[in-house]
Design a binder for this molecule. Structure first.
Ligand SMILES: [Zn+2]
Length: 652
């Protein structure tokens, strides 16, 4: 039986099911552990919707109530003309679910509903007649609610960007960002403010004073956080001793919100290097915040993919050997490389900032002090990689490759090269290097809005630098006789990506997303400073052709040295100049060309994943006998289930 990975395309988003085959073979204890962690991951989902946009949850509720009660929604989507109002609401809702709100995850820009406000109101009234209940405030009518949400649903210029790190001359990065991590606050306010709960609070104004609304039990998001900790408590009895310690520390942090408890949790989590099932649950990544300080909530549950972990473990064991050979100023090398735990994992669920759109590699914790002292855990998401590979339309590669040989190399080695580069990026990249004493382990405070992109650039450069290293073949990660071809394949793909990624930024002429900035910066820097890449034109199409792998490798080494210096010294101007010159701005004509080429082939530009569903089998007393894993194969079904709703009976 052939499996379905690709499910549907919604505008430029692909919807793809991923699978977690190893789950069935886990011992019962670990399945039950997974079940409780899975519920803890779902319990925090709404936090992220609210963090992204203060109207996000109300808007989602409006969409879901219409889709679950409107008579026309009883027709399954393929039979419903997309021109109908319900068809349009469904299209918009799917994008809304994939992006956890009305802002594109890749573009940071708002997308809007394309029916009229009157049509939305009519649909809401039709749904209300069939039992829909809308999130109206006290004394508010449905019309009043939809009037209040008219701007959020229909006006793309109102609060246009969720995160805006480069708003232009004189504009403030916080005031220009629509996310809900701050309210009525500018950078000038913060410079005079002593922030105590940097990662886990919302900063608001109260009269003349600034107030931190701390994310914790009895604080902001208290109800969701209490639900999370209750599921974590249920998980504790099934966890291994080191994991138990980590879960208990996490519960303590969720209760107190204190920085010291967060650090204790990070340390306990890193020290648990052996549990076959693990979780990431908390306020983790800071990309949503233009300042790069506040954490977006995410929940991930995964188990170790033993087969694929063997190769990564070898890389991690050799971390010290590689560190000593980094082409950077020796004073920035770590002398004692400790505890880089690298594993290939299969994810079971990813929520909040981690899903439906997901990374393919994760390296945590982000706390530089904990990383230098205790090390970090690095995972590559094997089943997500597989789902990407199996759902990718072949036309992609063909359209942007300069030669038939490049296409063939990509088909032959692309998957392996991609897996390797991700592994080195995570295992050797993020864990490497040290920063100057005066930064007190917090280079992000000095590098501000450029920190994340500098760190991603550093990890990518480490990976590109070591890919041709003979030791990579010696430890069995790549066949020695194929290594130079794998390097060629990866360098070609990396150069190509700088063009292809422009399809994701359809409005404006700046790149906002940090991984995209870093990749653009590296390729544009190589174009300007080496002969590694050539720009070619054919049939009015542009190609970035990787022409010289040796030059590419040398250039990467030079740039890595500079990027490491910038991070280690906390050189803000250096970082800004690098990204302003090479990483942020692009020519709209080239982007327009790329969008035309992609649209002619109707290719998606990013992917939202449908996740497995866990279902416990219980006896009469509620005792769990087994936990089943199922695959919903439908985004709408899954998203409504997560919200505790379902489509009217008889559908799917
Ligand atoms: Zn990274």
């Amino acid at each position: 039986m052939s499996r379905r990975f690709f499910l549907e395309q919604v505008d430029d988003a692909a919807v793809v099911q991923y699978y977690a085959d190893g789950f069935d073979s886990l011992p019962l204890e670990q399945k039950i552990l997974s079940w409780h962690l899975y519920q803890a991951a779902l319990a925090g989902r709404d936090i992220y919707y609210d963090q992204r946009y203060r109207y996000g949850l109300e808007m989602r509720e409006v969409l879901e109530e219409i889709l679950t009660h409107h008579p026309a929604a009883r027709q399954a989507s393929p039979e419903l003309p997309s021109s109908s109002v319900i068809g349009e609401i469904r299209r918009y809702a799917k994008l809304f679910w994939i992006n956890s709100g009305p802002y594109g995850s890749m573009t940071a820009r708002k997308f809007v509903l394309k029916c009229t406000p009157a049509e939305l109101t009519q649909a809401a009234h039709d749904a209300a007649r069939h039992g829909a209940r809308f999130p109206v405030r006290a004394d508010e009518t449905i019309d009043g609610l939809l009037d209040r949400l008219r701007g959020p649903f229909f006006d793309s210029d109102l609060e246009a960007m969720v995160t805006c790190k480069t708003p232009g001359q004189g504009a403030d990065i916080l005031a220009s960002s629509a996310n809900n991590l701050y309210h009525g606050i500018t950078m000038a306010d913060i410079s005079r403010f002593d922030e105590r709960f940097g990662l886990n609070s919302r900063l608001v104004r109260s009269g003349a004073a600034l107030v931190e609304e701390v994310y914790r039990v009895h604080g902001r998001y208290g109800a969701q956080i209490a639900a999370i900790t209750s599921h974590l408590r249920s998980a504790v009895p099934y966890a291994s001793p080191p994991m138990r310690k980590a879960l208990e520390a996490l519960i303590r942090f969720y209760e107190s919100g204190e920085e010291s408890d967060r650090a204790a949790y990070d340390i306990a989590w890193v020290e648990d290097a052996s549990s076959p099932v693990d979780t990431i649950n908390g306020f983790i990544e800071t990309y949503l915040d233009a300042r790069g300080v506040k954490g977006a909530w995410e929940g991930i549950v995964y188990y170790v993919n033993e087969e694929k972990t063997t190769g990564l473990a070898r890389l991690a064991e050799m971390a010290g050997w590689f560190e000593a050979r980094l082409p950077i100023d020796p004073q920035w090398r770590r002398e004692d490389v400790v505890g880089v735990t690298a594993r290939a994992i299969d994810v079971i669920v990813e929520t909040g900032d981690a899903g439906p759109i997901t990374a393919i590699g994760i390296n945590l914790p982000n706390d530089q002090f904990v990383r230098e002292r205790y090390g970090s855990k690095s995972v590559s998401l094997a089943n997500i990689n597989e789902a990407y590979e199996k759902s990718q339309p072949p036309a992609y590669r063909r359209e942007f490759c300069w030669s038939e040989e490049e296409v063939e190399r990509g088909e032959r080695w692309g998957a392996l090269a991609g897996e390797l580069i991700t592994a080195i990026h995570e295992v050797l990249g993020h864990g490497s290097g040290r920063v100057a004493e005066h930064l007190e382990g917090q280079p992000q405070l000095a590098l501000k809005e450029h920190y994340s992109a500098i760190e991603e650039a550093r990890a990518d450069l480490v990976a590109l630098h070591f890919l041709p290293e003979p030791m990579i073949a010696a430890i069995g990660l790549v066949p020695a006789d194929a290594q130079s071809e794998v390097v060629q394949t990866e360098y070609e793909a990396y150069a190509r990506n700088a063009i292809i990624q422009l399809r994701r930024v359809r409005v404006g002429t700046t790149i906002e997303e940090d991984h995209m900035r870093n990749r653009q910066m590296i390729v544009q820097w190589l174009l300007a400073n080496t002969t590694a890449i050539q720009v070619q034109r054919r049939d009015e199409k542009t190609y970035y052709v990787m022409a010289d792998a040796d030059e590419f490798h040398k250039g990467v080494g030079r740039l890595l040295r500079e990027v490491q210096r910038i991070k280690s010294e906390g050189d803000y101007e250096g970082a800004r100049d690098l990204f302003e010159s090479y990483g942020i701005h692009f020519h709209p004509a080239l982007r327009d060309e790329v969008v035309r080429r992609v649209e002619a082939l109707n290719l998606p530009s990013y992917t939202g994943f449908v996740q497995p569903r866990l279902r416990p089998i219980t006896d009469d007393t509620g005792h769990i006998l087994d936990v089943r894993i199922e695959y919903p194969l439908d985004l709408e079904t899954q998203m409504l289930e997560y919200s505790g709703k379902r489509l009217p009976s008889g559908i799917r």
